[in-house]
Design a binder for this molecule. Sequence first.
Ligand SMILES: Cc1ncc(C[n+]2csc(CCOP(=O)(O)OP(=O)(O)O)c2C)c(N)n1
Ligand SMILES: CC(=O)[C@@H](O)[C@H](O)COP(=O)(O)O
Ligand SMILES: [Mg+2]
Length: 589
Amino acid sequence: MKLLEHINGVDDLRKLKPEELPVLAGELRRFIIDVVSAKQGHLGASLGVVELTIALHYCYNTPHDKLIWDVGHQAYGHKILTGRKGDFESLRQIGGISGFPSRSESDFDPFGTGHSSTSISAILGMAISSQLQGNAGRKHIAVIGDASIASGMAFEGLNHTGVANADVLIVLNDNAIGIDPSVGALKNYLSRTKEGSIKEEHFFESLNLHYTGPVDGHDLPGLLHVLDEMKGIKGPKLLHVTTVKGKGLKKAEEDQVTYHAPGRFDKQTGDLISGNVSEIPKFQDVFGHTIVTLARKNERIVGITPAMPTGSSLKFMMDEIPERAFDVGIAEQHAVTLAAGMAADGLIPFCNIYSTFLQRAYDQVVHDVALQNLPVVFCLDRAGLVGEDGATHHGIYDIACLRCIPNMVICSPMNEVELRHMLYTAQMGLSHPIAIRYPRGRGVTKDWEQPFEEVIPGTGRCLKKGSEIAVLSLGPIGNTVRQVLEHPELDGKASHYDMRFAKPLDTVLLDKILSTYHTIFTVEDGCMAGGFGSAVLEYAQSCNSSAKIRIKGIPDVFIEHGPVEELHRQGGIDALSLQSEFLKALNEG
Ligand SMILES: Cc1ncc(C[n+]2csc(CCOP(=O)(O)OP(=O)(O)O)c2C)c(N)n1
Ligand SMILES: CC(=O)[C@@H](O)[C@H](O)COP(=O)(O)O
Ligand SMILES: [Mg+2]
């Protein structure tokens, strides 16, 4: 690491001779591999843009010139070169640097990212602001991937950029893959561009963007030359760069899907280091296997994922029943309205979206699905605190966002068996849209393949009887509650109810609970404001109940990154915090 050793910021980088940069690229790649192999995180995307990262910081006067990385999962090299090399080992850990660009972390991160396709709008906003504030010499660059540029938001940004007369450079980093292979007509168009077989009018030029490319994104001298050229071109422009995701680590180049975020691996060979083998399946796999089973029997079932076939395990259905399973690309809004259209014509769409990414399609849920009371099944994976991806990715707002929408049914299974029952119930001919929320990772049950049972919407169940306080949980956090209530001082004193539905609430059960216990806790892996606990509180107030309702959930702050267990502690929903709250309530009487 002879060169990287001396790079503590962009000034050091800019002192190097151009011919030294390829050596630096090798060292930077090695450093990223070394750290990510141990600390985990996103790998392939950062390896693919090593040369581009060096070239951009070498040619442009960052942070005065503004540089935004779309999604930001490819920004590890950028972080290392911009003064965070010493902190890089703390990547995605409690108190450490974020896996994504963040304004609070560095002046070199002018815009926080994590969700995709925001970079064009954001950089255009900055460019217009520069014009208005008399910073005419400032340059504005957004780097966006081929999958992210196909999203609606990016198209909206391009549409405006083409007529804005602002000094914006969009670097399209085309590696022909997102997390999974890129899809859609734009992807086909870009492939034809790279093959040199474009006959029709150029797409980007027809939008009034000056187009250059495709250029080899691993050729540093070539990149320096073309970026220099870009500086001389006024107005909006797009540079089409081709790269290889995972570049420099053979295994990552060969299996780009796995090495998007591979977990721990051997830094020399790239071989994955498997953790403890678990017989307990991931929730996503239970979804994936179950939808295949259900879809084989029910021909009206279709599956939809916006760009997360592997992450959601809808891939299982795409492999088995390809004609009824759709990856629509990074297009959450389209995914929801597509599902609405299908439901309007009698299909039963299972629209699988990570909770955090559903936020982008809120109007579609309200206007296209709920208002027309279409029975779309929303499978909200990654609900709750997700861990190391941090604040941009926690799935903690879905209950609050969905609960206020008429017609919505919202449920959460406590374990994998319950998830199967809910998926089964959802295809039995519901008359409302339903959201089934479940978390990242594994549950608790190894024997998950039980016979299907119907779960009547709006019914909870009593798991344990006690005499003084009641704990009402929603979803897998109920397993923590179950464990806490085994404490000798709580055993026999505290009841446990797995309420299963945040909407409609089981009011028959709630009436009994409200008239039996002096204190009632609600526990959820979601935001407190407007969530499941709020629903219970609203109901209790509407009945003039005198029971004390104590809501446990994520408080009104953004929770950063780190292991889920630690984040639960920060949110006050870990076993020890809950135990101490329950004991206190017992003692207070
Ligand atoms: C709105 C939104 N939907 C989905 C994702 C999940 N996601 C993160 S990276 C990614 C693929 C991005 O592909 P591309 O833009 O081509 O960048 P690459 O990884 O190839 O560098 C996806 C789908 C996201 N971050 N944001
Ligand atoms: C950058 C991004 O948005 C995705 O790569 C995300 O990190 C995937 O999360 P999972 O690992 O939970 O699938
Ligand atoms: Mg890509």
